[in-house]
Design a protein around this ligand. Structure first.
Ligand code: EPU
Length: 452
C-alpha cells in the first residue's frame, strides 16, 4: 500500500478540519499552481491504455489524484516517483482485474472512476465502477457516459453497488452526438475510441484546454485524433498504444481562485505557473469587475484597480466563463459598487454556497429557476440558476460549513475578507483541488489557526 498523496497536503500546520480565521487583512505574496486536477487525473487513467511506462509531470498533490493512483494500483499498475518533484511513473505491464470490494474501497468521493470504463474494457474485457462521489453540485448523472459506451458495444449492467460493464465482442468505433458538451463524457469517448476498432465521430464535444491536453497525451501514445470545426472530434482507432512523457497543463481553476482572493481582500497575489491563453475569458471578467493584472513570463500578478465594479456573468462550457470560477468571484462581487448577476448554466445546484455569504452580511438573492431578462450569450438551459449580488456590503465573521470544493474555497476567502473571526468547518474537502492550501494561505499572510 502506498501513502496517499493527500496525507501531506495540509503540511506545516497541524492537520484538522476546522479553521479559525481572523479576516480583514489583504492577502499579499506568491503562490504557485501545478498541473490541473482536471487533466492530471484523466492522464493517469490513460496510462492503462499504454503497453509501456508513462511519466506525468507536475502532478498536483491532491486527494483526487490519490484516489486515481489507488485505483490504478488495485488494477496492477505500478506507480512510483519520477525523476523530478511532482513526476509520477506508471508501469501498466501487469494490469489485472481487481475485486469489487477493493475498487469500492478505493474509489473515494471522486467521479473519475467512471473514466476507467473504456481503458479497462480494452485491457481486461470488463470493468466495475462503484457508485460515484464528487462535489454535491447537482444530480451529476452519467447517462451520456453509459449511452456512449453502449454505442461502442459495451454491455452495461446496473447493480445496487455500481455498474458492471463487459465487451463480449470487443469495442467498435461509433457515431456519438452528445446532448451537451460534457467534459467527462468527451473524455470517456476519447479514452474508449482510441483503441476501438474503426473510426469514431464525436459531435458536440467539450473543448476545454484540459481536454486538448488529454488529446495531446493520447497523441503521444500513438492515437490518431483530429479536432474539426464546430465541436467535432474524429478518432481513428489503433491496435496498440505506448506510454507517454507529458507535463500537465497548469490548473487554471486554482489560478482563478487566487486571483479572486486578491480582488476580494484588496491584496496582491502573484500566481506562478498561470498562463494568459487558457484564462482569456476569466481575465476579461476580472478586468471588468475592477481587477488589474500583469501577465509575466512565469505567471500572472493580480490586484484591484480602484473600486470594484458590478458585472453580469454567465457560466458556460469553454470558451465561456467556467462554472468553477463563479464561486470565488461572487465573494469579490459582494464588495463591488452596484448589482451583479451570475447565471449558473452548467450545474443545477451550484449556488448553495451563497447561504454562508448571506450569513456573513452579503446581499445575495438566488433565483433557483434563473432570470429571463436581458440579452444572453447562450440559450437558457433548463437547469439554470441565477444569483443577484448587491454591494458593497461589509462582511462579518460567522461559523460556516464548507459545502463543496469551489464553494468551500469561496467561504475561506469570504472569512478572510470579513472583519472578526470565522470558524470554517469541513476544510478537508479543499485537498481535492487545492494543493498545500494552508501553506499557501500562510505564505499570503492569512491570519488563521487550525482548531479541530
Ligand atoms: N451531465 C449529464 N449527463 C452526463 C454527464 C454530464 O447530464 O452523463 C451534465 C451534468 O449534470 C452537468 C453538465 O452535464 O449539468 C456538465 O457536466 P460535465 O460532464 O461537463 O462535468 P464533469 O466532467 O462531471 C468536470 C470537472 C468539474 C467541472 C466540469 C465543468 C472533473 C473531474 N470535473 O466535471 O470540476 O466543473 O467539468 O467544466 O474534471 C471541480 O473541479 O470542482 C469540478 C467540479
Amino acid at each position: 500500500m502506498t501513502t496517499p498523496l493527500h496525507e501531506t497536503t495540509l503540511a506545516s500546520k497541524p492537520s484538522g478540519d476546522v479553521l479559525a480565521i481572523r479576516g480583514g487583512r489583504p492577502l499579499h505574496g506568491r503562490v504557485d499552481v501545478k498541473g490541473a486536477k482536471n487533466l492530471a487525473t484523466k492522464a493517469m487513467v490513460a496510462t492503462l491504455l499504454g503497453e509501456t511506462v508513462s511519466t506525468l509531470r507536475d502532478v498536483p498533490d491532491l486527494s483526487d489524484v490519490a484516489v486515481v493512483r489507488s485505483l490504478l494500483e488495485v488494477h496492477g499498475v505500478r506507480v512510483t516517483e519520477g525523476d523530478e518533484p511532482g513526476a509520477l511513473v506508471f508501469d501498466p505491464s501487469d494490469v489485472e482485474s481487481a475485486h469489487f470490494e477493493e475498487i469500492d474501497a478505493h474509489a473515494g468521493a471522486s467521479r473519475i472512476p467512471i473514466l476507467f470504463c473504456g481503458p479497462l474494457l480494452h485491457r481486461l474485457g470488463q470493468a466495475f465502477i462503484p457508485d460515484l462521489g464528487g462535489c454535491r453540485i447537482g444530480d451529476r448523472p452519467i447517462d451520456f457516459h453509459l449511452d456512449a459506451l453502449r454505442k461502442f458495444g459495451a454491455v452495461v449492467e446496473k447493480l445496487p453497488s455500481g455498474i458492471r460493464l463487459s465487451a463480449p465482442n470487443g469495442l467498435k468505433g461509433a457515431n456519438i452526438h452528445l446532448p451537451y458538451p460534457s467534459v467527462g463524457a468527451t473524455e470517456q469517448v476519447l479514452l474508449t475510441a482510441v483503441r476501438a476498432q474503426g473510426q469514431t465521430e464525436l459531435r458536440n464535444a467539450a473543448i476545454e484546454p484540459e481536454i486538448m491536453d488529454l488529446i495531446a497525451v493520447l497523441q503521444k501514445m500513438g492515437a490518431i485524433i483530429s479536432y474539426e470545426p464546430n465541436r467535432v472530434i474524429l478518432i481513428e482507432g489503433v491496435d496498440k498504444l505506448r506510454g507517454y512523457d507529458h507535463r500537465s497543463i497548469f490548473d487554471r481553476n486554482e489560478a482563478a481562485s487566487w486571483a479572486c482572493a486578491a480582488l476580494a481582500t484588496d491584496g496582491e497575489i502573484f500566481v506562478g505557473g498561470a498562463r494568459q491563453q487558457e484564462m482569456l475569458t476569466f481575465l476579461n471578467v476580472f478586468r471588468k469587475a475592477g481587477g488589474w493584472f500583469d501577465v509575466r513570463e512565469d505567471g500572472i500578478l493580480f490586484r484591484r484597480d480602484g473600486a470594484l465594479k458590478p458585472v453580469i456573468v454567465e457560466t458556460d462550457v469553454h470558451p465561456g466563463f467556467m462554472t468553477d470560477w463563479q464561486q470565488p468571484l461572487v465573494v469579490a462581487l459582494t464588495q463591488a459598487h452596484g448589482r451583479s448577476v451570475v447565471h449558473e448554466t452548467v450545474y443545477e445546484n451550484r449556488m448553495g454556497f451563497t447561504d454562508a455569504l448571506v450569513k456573513m452580511g452579503a446581499d445575495i438573492v438566488v433565483h433557483p429557476h434563473g432570470l429571463q431578462d436581458g440579452p444572453r450569450r447562450v440559450a437558457r438551459r433548463e437547469l439554470e440558476q441565477a444569483a443577484v449580488i448587491t454591494g458593497p456590503t461589509p462582511l462579518h465573521g460567522a461559523d460556516i460549513v464548507v459545502p463543496d470544493l469551489r464553494g468551500g474555497y469561496s467561504h475561506v476567502i469570504a472569512a478572510l475578507t470579513a472583519t472578526g473571526e470565522s470558524r470554517v468547518s469541513g476544510i478537508d474537502i479543499l485537498s481535492r483541488g487545492y494543493e498545500k492550501f494552508l501553506d499557501k494561505l500562510t505564505a499570503l499572510g492569512a491570519d488563521f489557526d487550525v482548531i479541530g
